[in-house]
Design a protein around this ligand. Structure first.
Ligand code: AMP
Length: 179
């Protein structure tokens, strides 16, 4: 069902399952208990950053909003800058937007035009579910002239096959749930 190992087990134990949030049928994985545990939060982002040491990452892009919380310490650990990929209407300067389909309706992500041109970018979010958000994040980065080095998540819900949406871009997750 999941990778073994002490950190992965501690992360899994710290994720709170909230049934029927934000709507019936969704089992929401709440990361706030993990974030509230300082040692575990640090060990988690250190481990995720370590996957990319020596990979030539020059920017870490976080997906609003929980992706920001993980991406910023990973960027600091790698010694590179952070790029916010924001929900539409939040960024003040010139921006590019990518829209993507949700189960019902659409959503979008935006980044500033100068956010990552020519950069080697690591895309970070908390959960990989159907992959639509991460695919849009990658498309946005690439549309701005960045190269996606990889996509990193705390948790992959493998039963939703989000990896398939990433078009072969490398993906790594600390914990994987098969069902
Ligand atoms: P998706 O585009 O379906 O891969 O959904 C990923 C985005 O939605 C991420 O930004 C997650 O934070 C959030 N998300 C989707 N499903 C869940 C879930 N079961 N628990 C927590 N967050 C989720």
């Amino acid at each position: 069902m999941r990778d073994s190992g002490p950190l992965e087990a501690r992360v899994l134990a710290a994720l709170r399952d909230v049934p029927d949030f934000p709507k019936p049928g969704i089992r929401f994985k709440d990361v706030t208990p993990l974030l509230a545990d300082g040692a575990l939060f640090r060990a988690t982002t250190d481990a995720m950053a370590a996957w990319y040491e020596g990979a030539g990452v020059t920017r870490v892009a976080g997906v609003e909003s929980r992706g920001f919380i993980l991406a910023a310490p990973i960027a600091q650990r790698l010694g590179v800058g952070f790029v916010p990929l924001r929900k539409p209407g939040k960024l003040p300067w010139q921006r590019r937007r990518v829209d993507y389909a949700l189960e019902y309706g659409t959503d979008g992500l935006e980044a500033h035009l100068d956010a990552c041109a020519g950069d080697r970018v690591l895309v970070v979010d908390d959960v990989l579910a159907t992959g639509g958000t991460a695919a849009a994040a990658c498309e946005l980065v690439e549309g701005l002239g960045g190269t996606v080095v990889g996509c990193a998540f705390l948790l992959a819900l493998d039963f939703l096959d989000g990896r398939a949406r990433l078009g072969g871009r490398p993906e790594r997750s600390l914990v994987r749930l098969a069902g």
